[in-house]
Every structure is written in C-alpha cells, then in structure tokens.
Design a protein around this ligand. Structure first.
Ligand code: ZN
Length: 591
C-alpha cells in the first residue's frame, strides 16, 4: 500500500466532503510512489484543486481534532509565557489560548503524541490539541512577531503629566483626533490587557477620589488600576465615542458596542458589549468582551460526569425536539451549547443560529446577529429560519411568549431546537415555558432535555488541603451522595501558592443537572404537577440534581464544600427511592 493509513483516511474524508470524486480517489490510492505528507498536500492542491482550508478540515476529521486558523491569531507578549519560543519552534506548535484549566495548543504535526505530554509536564496544565497549518505556525514563530507593547505605567505616567495641572480641561479633540493622545492609548491598553488576561468583563467604576478599573476573570473581579478621578470623565467619554454613544448624555444608561478591530493596529478582533450607568460619583461602564476567535472546548472537557456526558450526547443526536440550557449569566451555558454544536456540526446538517450577541464563531454554521434597532429579534429570525428549513436551530435565548411559541413549533415540526433560559434549575424551566403560554402537552412532546448548570471554582491542585468534614458538612455530602462513610475532601489553602496566584483556586469546573425527558416526566408535565413534584419524578428517573453533582465534584477533589454550597444550596427534597420520591407513582396508580 503506497499511501499511509492516515493519508488514506484524509483522502476518504475529502471524498465524504464531496471534494474528491471516487475516480480521483482511486487514482491517488493507486499511486506507485510513497509521497510524504507535504508531497501529498501539494498533489491534492495542485492536481485536485483542494484548498488549504478543505485540506485542514479533512485532516481534522481524519484525526478527530478541531481546526484552528493560526493565520488569524496574533502573537503577543504573553504567548510564550507558559511554553517558551524555543520549544515551540522545535516542535512546530503554537500556544493559542487558555480556557479554564486547559491550554489550547495548535499543532502542525499531530502525530508526535509525546509533545502534548511534555507540555503537560512543563506547565502542569492539560492540553487541548488543535490542528493548524504548518506554514502559518512557522510564520508566527518568527522572532519579530512579538512586539513590545506600550506598558500601563508608561500611559499612566503620560496621563499624570497631562493631568498634573489642575487647570487642564480635557478637550474633545484629545478624545478623538490624535492617535497618540494618552487617554486613547489608555482605553486601548485597558481593553488589550484585559483581553490577554482572559477577562470576561471590564468594569470602570468612578469612586469619590479615584476611578477604579476591575477585570472579571474566572468569575471573580480583581482590581487592575486606580486612576485620578478626573481621568474618569475622559476615559468614559473615549469609550462612549468608540461605540458611537451620545457623550453629552450622562444622566441615562446607554448600551453600545465597540468593534475593537477599528481601533488597534495589533489586529485584535474582539467586540465589546458596552453598558453605561449614571452612578453617584459619575458614569460607570461595564464592557463584556466578546472574543470572536474564542475556541470552544470539546464537550468532554466541560466537567460533565461520565453518565451525564453519555446521556447528553444521546440527546444532541436526536433528529428533532427541544434542548434547553438554563442558568444565570456566566454559568457557562453558551460554552456547553457551542461545544455540543461543534460535535454535531457535520457537512450533511444545516445549522442556523440567531444570537445576541454572537459569542463564538464556528466554521460551517450560519450565524445571525440580532439587531433590535431595526426590529431583527429572535422571533423574526426564527420565522425566517422556519422557511429555510434547517436541521438544527439555535436561538440565543427564549424570554418572551412569541419566541417560546415559535421555538416550540420548530421543535415539533422536525427541527432540533437549542436555546437557553434564565431559570435556576431544570424542572422549573418547564413551568417557565408554561408561564410563557406554552401548553403543557406541547412542552412535554417537544422536550428532549433540559440542562441546568453553574461554574464552580476549581481548587488549586498544587496547594489544596485534605481534610475530613464534620457536622453539617459531613451530613450534607453523605446525604447528597447516599454515602455510608464520611469521605476525605479538600479545601482551598489560605493564601494559595505561586501557581494559583495566591487565590487557592484556579480555573473552573461545570456542574450539571440533566433532565432527560421520559414517559413518566411527560405524564408529570401534562398533569401540571408542582415544580417540587416534577423534581422528584426526575430524580426517580435518574436525574442528579445540581447539588448532588456539586457534591460529587467535591468528593473528586475538583472543588470545595465552601464554593459548592455558596453556588448551589443543598436540596430540600429527600434523595433516593425512599418514601417521598415514590409519591407521584402512587398517585398514578390511584387514577
Ligand atoms: Zn495554589
């Protein structure tokens, strides 16, 4: 056999993708010579008109890896912080990001599996392998890619000089015209710095004597900068200019969006959703960073227990029905949704999304950004999609009656509909749909599953402290997991260590409550039983509550009792097949 096993697989995938005819495949497989990987790449491109991108996709499918467009990645000062440049050059890899505890690394040559192990040993972090084009990676590893950046201190110094004189008024032209005006640099620098630090939100908060800039990282805010109070007005005005808001209006809240690509030469392609609010010491600003290049993690890396992962995977492979994710903002719903879509995103299905905002972009998806100003809302997008007959529809959120109704209709007419709701747990999502006017029998017929989730803080592996819980803590975990003995668990070390930056926690882990529809649940929904009763039926049919899942993660040493209980209180309902849980069944026999 002249072609290697992987080479043959790549050719198979290209044929599956419809890019290579059976005839062409036959010719390639019958080659008498033994081309190297690079040679085969050139043959496919020159003789068979396969594009670089198609080739990358085929390789990804053959190897079961996710593609990464390295050409669009911008190298910055922190890129080689964890893995040094020399190691990267030697192994043709590029660190491209970090999500939670995982390091995302683009590989040019994924065949050498020892490299990932070496990185794990070096960094103590698990590696998610992505596949990038070798030429792109080589290009990014050239030394001159890494530019020195303007440091905060430089900008603040300049601001100090400019604002040293009390008489100085900030003029409008300082906010708009000059490329080098310190206030403009400051605004850019804050956004860049926050982006590279893995921040989800930037808070600009005017206090009485100063303005404080804080970043939210891994769910917790931390202070980053303190500036003189009089900088606040100029900074806020500059941010408002960047999103075309009315800078004269300081008494009312405003919402806008910064397309940051327009303002920086470093090619950082992020958008920011901006909200301003009139606070007692001036206007405050909160900016949510929407990283369009953000990679999704594989489903298996999101902290699902094995049992839940198997059930969830079965759900997302259903041909039609409704899959709902619920939890507050920042609970990781979107990440899970996109990880699910990435898994079922094959060339033979059509996926269309209506989002506000678009948080991730995935190749092969048709994504639509909502625009309230011109009346493009979820229900309008859904109506449009129903006419286009896709296989899978994602609606960013169901929050009104109309959207709920069309979503339900879509799910009942042969589409797999995926969406989110701001409910607290899985069973109460059903009653929320009821409150939005959906008939119980339509909900029960449409529903595939509801997945409620939260993100807990991951206790630092390096400094966590083992202990045996006592009293109330012991009772709670033993009851939740139906244990006979008190397990040894971990708490965060006070003061942490150098690896967790003194926090005792590093990264996050998901906890899930997966309610998979079944006959008994259908019956309970149709009877419109109380939420607590529905929860009992679900538990009886194998659902682990979010509290139980959090206790499981405490037992596994992934998080602590303290963090688990501060996010999800203990269940009020008795666990297991005991008296209370059997009640609904007794009722059924009574009929
Ligand atoms: Zn630590």
């Amino acid at each position: 056999m002249p072609l290697g096993r992987t080479q043959t697989q790549i050719i198979d995938k290209l044929e599956e993708m419809g890019k290579l005819s059976a005839e062409a495949k036959g010719v390639l497989l019958a080659r008498p010579d033994e081309p190297t990987g690079d040679q085969l790449d050139s043959i496919l491109q020159a003789d068979h008109h396969i594009t670089m991108f198609q080739l990358l996709l085929a390789k990804c499918r053959a190897l079961g890896l996710a593609p990464f467009n390295v050409a669009r990645y911008k190298v910055h000062t922190n890129t080689f912080e964890k893995i040094d440049l020399e190691f990267c050059q030697k192994n043709m890899i590029l660190p491209v990001g970090q999500v939670g505890d995982f390091l995302l690394v683009a590989f040019a040559n994924p065949f050498d599996t020892t490299v990932a192990t070496k990185i794990q040993d070096k960094t103590g972090q698990r590696v998610v392998r992505l596949l990038g084009r070798e030429a792109d990676i080589r290009d990014k590893l050239k030394k001159d890619q890494v530019h020195d950046e303007v440091q905060f201190s430089d900008v603040v110094d300049k601001l100090g000089t400019q604002f040293a004189d009390d008489e100085t008024e900030i003029k409008d032209e300082d906010l708009e015209n000059e490329d080098s005006a310190p206030i403009i640099q400051l605004a850019n620098r804050i956004i860049e710095d926050a982006y590279f630090a893995g921040t989800s939100d930037i808070h600009v908060e005017p206090w009485e004597k100063e303005v404080v800039v804080r970043y939210r990282i891994d769910g917790l805010t931390q202070e980053k900068l303190r500036l003189p109070a009089k900088v606040a007005g100029a900074l806020v005005a500059r941010l408002k200019i960047m999103c075309n808001l009315d800078i004269a209006e300081r008494r009312l809240p405003q919402d806008g969006r910064i397309v940051f690509k327009q303002y920086n030469k470093k090619n950082i392609d992020v958008d920011l959703r901006v909200s301003t609010a009139p606070l007692n010491y001036g206007e405050g600003v909160v900016m949510r960073i929407l990283d369009k290049q953000k990679s999704t993690l594989p489903l298996s890396a999101l902290g699902f227990t094995e049992a839940n992962l198997a059930k969830y995977r079965e759900c997302i492979r259903q041909p039609y029905g409704m899959i709902l994710h619920c939890g507050p903002t920042g609970s990781g719903k979107s990440m899970t949704l996109y990880a699910a879509l990435a898994e079922i995103n094959t060339p033979d299905v059509n996926i269309q999304t209506a989002e506000d905002p678009i948080e991730y972009t995935l190749p092969g998806l048709n994504q639509m950004q909502m625009n309230k100003q011109i009346g493009l809302d979820f229900q309008r997008a859904l109506r449009c999609y129903l006419r286009m007959d896709p296989d899978i529809i994602l609606v960013g959120e169901i929050r009104d009656k109309e959207t709920a109704q069309i979503a339900c209709e879509a799910a009942l007419t042969g589409h797999l509909l995926v969406s989110t709701l701001h409910t607290n747990d899985a069973p109460s999502t059903v009653s929320r749909m009821g409150e939005m006017g959906i008939e119980p029998f339509n909900i029960s017929a449409a529903l595939v599953c509801v997945c409620a989730q939260r993100l807990l803080r991951r206790v630092c592996k390096n400094c966590k402290v083992k202990y045996t819980p006592e009293g109330r803590e012991a009772d709670i975990i033993m009851k939740a997991l139906d244990l006979k003995e008190v397990p040894e668990i971990f708490k965060a070390a006070p003061g942490g260590c150098h690896i967790c930056g003194g926090n005792g926690y590093k990264g996050r882990v998901g906890i899930h409550e997966l309610m998979v529809n079944c006959e008994e649940i259908v019956e309970a929904i149709n009877k419109e039983v109380e939420v607590a009763d529905l929860k009992r039926v679900c538990m009886k049919n194998g659902m682990k509550t979010m509290h139980q899942d959090s206790m499981l993660k405490v037992k596994f040493g992934l998080t602590t009792m303290e963090d688990a209980l501060s996010n999800v209180p203990a269940d009020m309902i008795a666990v297991g097949g005991g008296g209370e849980a059997a009640e609904p069944k007794a009722k059924k026999h009574g009929h």
